[in-house]
Design a protein. Structure first.
Length: 451
């Protein structure tokens, strides 16, 4: 199996992801990314290549980030350790510090026993597949082993968080004065920086999920567990709740009544605002094929094109970079605002969502009514030949359901990339219709391509 997955290297800390692997991966990355033009230019000036490293607060991040730092310094690279910081903060600092690359130690929304290593190229952008493959190949090759004064140094990046906060505040089109925000920081990387930033922007802030102990990250809190946030918003009489995940690259919200506002609704709100302010490039929003039909219809009404990509924020980013688009994201809350960030940024997204409430004087419920969420039913059909999802009988059934739904629904069949499984997704005007059509298609998939 390839070492790199869809979002870096991830697995059970001290199981799959050991200190030895972290050190070796850092040395291999130094070989591939630490010898580019910028690094050569530094060496010509008598300086070493430089890397920014950060982590979320899970307990294993301490030894893994130490191993990464050791691998980089032993390869002749200076390490600037930003400590606990959100993933988008690390990406920003790579560009802001003009570093040769960056390393984030985090498993995002996973439970505490897992961890991961994510590498950002110069400028704070995610690595393309081909570069990840080169790093993986370099694991078995010769390492850089300078001696004497040529080895790297490891320094604390003392003002890392301050730089990130200033950047976030400077991005805002409107202050947040007069609004009461409940923040759920998932006992993760946002626990310190998110409350500080929202308060500096003028909001009244109530905080939950902001007591990380290394073991409680994402445990019943954060963007994958919104029940506590909904209850806290209603209890406090707040205007909005914002939920991050463990590394704070996601943002989901709840309105004053505790109702969830997902990534599609957030993108719709931001797209309409940006179009109104003349900053939505080519009146285009980039979203994945999983985005709700309601998003497409709402954007069509406003003359906004929705450009679809495969599932995964890396594919959204690729499309945004190719077209120079300014907004994109996923239903899960990864929202990318390319004017201010090179990756999904939950703090940036939350701040701009609340700023739109402040700018318009509308409640979150009023803003979210820009789109109607269509009921979405997903059935995972197991033990099938996923390579035969294009079977003519399956596709005939899909066309029949699409004809039945017309403009009031949508069908999507996706083969799993790793399992003998096909995902059947149906959206319709009502839950019963979506369920009936999804079950009908699932039966056809089992009958036609079952193992």
């Amino acid at each position: 199996m390839p070492l790199f997955g869809t979002d870096g290297v991830r697995g059970l800390a001290n199981g799959v992801l050991t200190a030895d692997l972290a050190l070796s991966l850092a040395q291999a990355t130094a070989v591939v990314l630490g010898q580019g033009r910028s690094a050569e230019a530094r060496r010509a000036q008598g300086r070493r290549a430089a890397v920014v490293i950060g982590r979320d607060p899970r307990i294993s991040g301490e030894f893994l980030s130490a191993a990464v730092s050791a691998g980089l310094a032993s390869s002749g690279i200076d390490v600037y350790d930003a400590g606990v910081i959100p993933t988008p903060g690390l990406a920003f600092l790579v560009a802001d510090r003009d570093a040769d690359f960056g390393v984030m130690v985090s498993a995002s929304h996973n439970a505490a026993p897992d961890n991961g290593i994510k590498i950002f190229a110069r400028g704070g952008v995610k690595l393309p597949d081909v570069v990840e493959q080169r790093i993986e190949a370099a694991l078995d090759g010769p390492k850089l082993q300078p001696t004497g004064g040529a080895v790297g140094r490891i320094r604390v990046f003392a003002d890392a968080e301050d730089r990130y906060v200033v950047h976030l505040l400077q991005s805002l089109p409107h202050r947040l004065d007069g609004l009461h925000v409940v923040l759920d920081c998932a006992h993760g990387a946002a626990a310190g920086v998110s409350p500080e930033t929202f308060r500096d922007a003028g909001a009244r802030v109530t905080v939950i999920g902001a007591d990380p102990d290394g073991l409680n990250i994402n445990d019943g809190v954060g963007s994958t567990h919104l029940e506590q946030l909904s209850a806290a918003v209603v209890r406090a009489g707040a205007d909005i709740g914002i939920a991050h995940d463990g590394d704070a690259d996601r943002c989901l919200a709840v309105d004053a009544q505790g109702r969830v506002v997902d990534g599609d609704q957030i993108m719709a709100i931001l797209a309409a605002s940006m179009q109104e302010r003349g900053v939505l490039k080519d009146d285009t929003l980039v979203a994945t094929v999983m985005s709700n039909l309601g998003l497409h219809l709402a954007m069509r009404e406003r003359g906004i094109t929705v450009l679809q990509t495969a599932v995964g924020d890396r594919y959204v980013l690729e499309a945004m970079n190719e077209g120079g688009y300014s907004l994109g994201g996923e239903q899960s809350g990864h929202v990318i605002m390319s004017e201010f960030a090179t990756t999904g940024d939950g703090l940036l997204t939350g701040l701009h969502l609340v700023a739109e409430m402040a700018r318009t004087g509308k409640t979150l419920a009023e803003l979210a009514s820009i789109m109607t969420l269509y009921p979405q039913v997903m059935i995972n059909v197991k033990n099938v030949d996923r390579e035969r999802v294009a079977d003519e009988g399956v596709q005939d059934a899909v066309r029949e359901v699409e004809a039945e739904l017309g403009d009031t629904g949508r069908v999507l069949l996706r083969a799993s990339g790793t399992e003998p499984l096909v995902r059947v997704m149906v959206e319709a005007a009502d839950e019963a219709t979506a369920q009936r059509c999804a079950e009908r298609l699932a039966d056809v998939v089992r009958e036609r391509i079952g193992l």
